[in-house]
Design a binder for this molecule. Sequence first.
Ligand code: TYD
Length: 220
Amino acid sequence: MSRCQEPKVALKGKFVSFEGGDGAGKSTQISLLSRSLTDIGISPVLTREPGGTRLSEEIRQWILHEPDAIDPVTEVLLIFAARAQHTVEVIVPALEDGRWVLCDRFTDASYAYQGGGRGLPFEVIESLEAVATRGLRPDLTIFLDLSVEEGVRRSGGRGSSRDRFEAEELEFKHRVRSTYQEFARKNPERIKSVDASESIEEVHAQVKSLMHHCLGVSID
Ligand code: TYD
């Protein structure tokens, strides 16, 4: 395993994000990790994107459930508006307080979905990132990698309650996955891929091992 990235910003807490496509098991793994951390005396802040603040959760409703077509530029601006508020109101204060933050998706999702999926240039996303988060990146990003077909099968039961991204065609989901994989290859110190087709217990064991190797925290 390669060396892990030193945090760029001098914040006392640890910032861990989880990424992956439909059905990869992010929520399950976040709650298992949260429980394991709590058992060793670290009580993390759990949050998600888009969302995490009152305003950002309202924006989330538009992004996921607006019935009319949303222009890709409008979509990315809404996502970064939600992220800017979430960053200043929740994530940075928690990290300054020395808290751990476990975030269900962060800016990598915008590169994967709005860049890879929708086809917006990465430079546009980089510019928005610089303004909205001032370049704040997680200390560790766990990418739960799963084939598109298996992800669709696992989340298939959601039927008519599917959001705008779950309802996208398979080609879109393939582009999202390959963008995540490309980012993981380009940022090996920060983004760690975990094979999400393994059992829940095995994936959790790998997540705990990454906590140890990358963040120096031994669980169990
Ligand atoms: P999420 O709550 O993780 O939904 P799920 O558990 O169904 O995967 O994320 C909601 C959707 O928002 C997800 O399909 C991806 C999309 N999204 C983006 O397109 N860009 C972003 O920057 C983020 C954070 C999410």
